[in-house]
Write a protein that binds this ligand. Structure first.
Ligand code: 3NM
Ligand code: MG
Length: 536
């Protein structure tokens, strides 16, 4: 079919409104975008008269032809016929794909907007060459979009297509809605998350943008930057875990994790990485002390603008939602953007995430603001993150309630939730509790070190986040092993401290804990480590 050979990687959709185009000339802006490397152009103008549409389309078509780039018209098959361009793009309210095909013939490219599996199924059945899947993120460019479906909604449709008939498997796809230079790499990275059922999952063939190019100061530079970003792995992409990690040496696996954990601990201390904490008022001082005792160098800065400089110092960021405010949220977003761009690891600590609608909303905003290398929380927090990520709990799990302090899930159930969330978000997820469960979606471990005093003092969850940030910064080779090493450091120090003779309760526990974080070393770890593989 016509649309198969087309390069969809940087798909420009135009906009002629004052808000986005401003007073500039659309033909000039599109010309700049072509010079910058857009690979396909769709002329979208919902308001101009037919005469204007045709004359503008003719000029745009000439420019595209000069660059050998396909040119499509949004919605108006009549305009496409008048101009003789390469095809059309139809929305759900426009002429359907089959009717458009009948008018345009088999040589033309026909694309359709879809936001659900059902719409995707129908569009392919009717003969669409490609699908524009959206709305990915809320955007000012198009307010009346039907559904904001996020990464998880796009992935559901891609999964359906990847498992479908030949036409569904081969249909090309782009995603649209709120795509820009700050999120393109994360979107492509997260959409490519491997699943257990689909070793080579279907992913998008491109990103479609309006304002990121048409509204840019310099549309040529914006296009060439975006096209570069689409093909380059993001700075935060991890090395894939060693192939067949288990199968090669199952018997020695825990021993080998332990060995790595010990060497990682040494490495972190030698490196003395920066741990940048954006955290709540309650734990500032304690978190800074914990950072120092695990060998990191703390900076407590909640001002987002400062992150641009701090992110370049080789450290990691903790975003702790403990005392969330609208201003705080904007600060987090700025810092997340800066660290993602610099490739500095970010730990998300979604404190109390499920508790109020404000926090659920803040969590959703943070998760669309950027990529987190590690998400840690207790059971109810991780469940809130899982829901925000589109994860459906099975009914038996849901009935059991989630907000009690005590665990309501077995370790096996926790391992399932954590590993599927990690696979979906393509990051490391840690669910804390009497037994902590940590996974990168492939490997899953449980750690049952620790002590109940951790639950009797303030900030023990938050300062674990700080510890993990130091480890992620200090050991970039493998995020999961960095997290396991940091977790063991923290939980074992608590366990050893609580058993000291001079510790008589939570009050005396705190200074002893800081001591033991500082004294932590190979011998203690080997003596008391309780680490289990719960992957299978
Ligand atoms: N269609 P921007 S969202 C034209 O969801 C369009 O179908 C959408 O603009 C859909 O790149 C959208 O500026 C606008 O966010 C996308
Ligand atoms: Mg339309």
């Amino acid at each position: 079919m016509a649309g198969q050979k087309v390069d969809y990687s940087l798909y420009l959709v135009t906009d002629s409104t004052e808000a986005i185009l401003g007073s500039r000339d659309l033909v000039d802006v599109v010309e700049q975008a072509l010079l910058g490397g857009v690979t396909i152009v769709q002329y979208r103008d919902k308001t101009s008269d037919t005469g204007v549409l045709i004359s503008t389309a003719k000029k745009l078509h000439e420019k595209c032809k000069a660059h050998n780039i396909p040119f499509l018209i949004n919605d108006r098959v009549d305009v496409a016929l008048a101009v003789g361009c390469e095809g059309v793009h139809v929305g759900q309210d426009d002429m359907n794909v089959r009717e458009a095909r009948r008018l345009l013939g088999n040589d033309k490219i026909i694309g359709a907007t879809v936001s659900s599996i059902e719409e995707a199924r129908i569009a392919v059945e009717l003969g669409a060459d490609y699908l524009g899947i959206g709305t990915l993120y809320a955007t000012n460019t198009k307010k009346n979009t039907k559904d904001i479906i996020g990464i998880s909604g796009i992935r559901k449709i891609l999964r359906y297509l990847g498992h479908g008939n030949e036409a569904e498997k081969s249909v090309k796809t782009v995603c649209i809605g709120g795509v820009n230079a700050s999120n393109t790499q994360r979107i492509t990275y997260q959409l490519l998350a491997p699943t257990t059922t689909n070793a080579h999952p279907k992913t998008i063939d491109g990103v479609a943008v309006v304002s990121a190019i048409i509204g840019a100061q310099d549309p040529k530079a914006a296009s060439s930057h975006l096209s570069h970003l689409f093909t380059k792995p993001p700075p935060f992409a991890s090395q894939p875990p060693l192939p067949n990690f288990y199968h090669e040496q199952p018997a020695d696996e825990i021993a080998s994790v332990l060995k790595t954990a010990i060497s990682v601990t040494k490495k972190v201390k030698e490196m003395n990485p920066l741990s940048h904490n954006m955290t709540n008022l309650v734990v500032q001082n304690f978190a800074a002390n914990v950072a120092l005792s695990v060998g990191a160098s703390p900076i407590m800065s909640n001002y987002g603008a400062e992150a641009a400089d701090l992110s370049k110092l080789g450290g990691a960021l903790v975003v702790n939602m403990g005392t969330v405010t609208p201003e705080g949220l904007a600060n987090y977003q700025a810092a997340i953007t800066a660290y993602n761009a610099a490739g500095g690891p970010i730990v998300l600590d979604p404190v109390g995430a499920g508790a109020t609608s404000i926090r659920r909303d803040a969590l959703a905003k943070l998760m669309s603001a950027g990529y987190f290398d590690l998400i840690k929380g207790n059971e109810s927090e991780i469940l809130a993150v899982a829901r925000a990520s589109g994860y459906k709990l099975d009914s038996s799990s849901q009935q059991r309630g989630v907000d009690s302090g005590a665990s309501v899930f077995s370790v096996k159930q926790r391992a399932n939730i954590v590993s599927s969330l990690a696979a979906r978000e393509r990051c490391v997820v840690l669910m804390t509790g009497a037994t902590d469960v940590v996974s990168d979606g492939t490997r899953t471990y449980a750690v049952s070190n620790g002590h109940e005093y951790l639950g009797r003092i303030t900030g023990s969850g938050c300062t674990l986040g700080t510890t993990l940030s130091a480890y992620l910064a200090g050991y970039r080779e493998d995020k999961l092993l960095a997290a396991v090493a940091g977790l063991l450091h923290y939980e074992i120090a608590a366990e050893v401290a609580a058993q000291r003779e001079d510790v008589r309760g939570p009050g005396t526990f705190v200074p002893a804990f800081i001591d033991e974080l500082w004294n932590h070393g190979e011998k203690v770890v080997k003596g008391v480590m309780k680490l289990k593989d719960v992957a299978k």
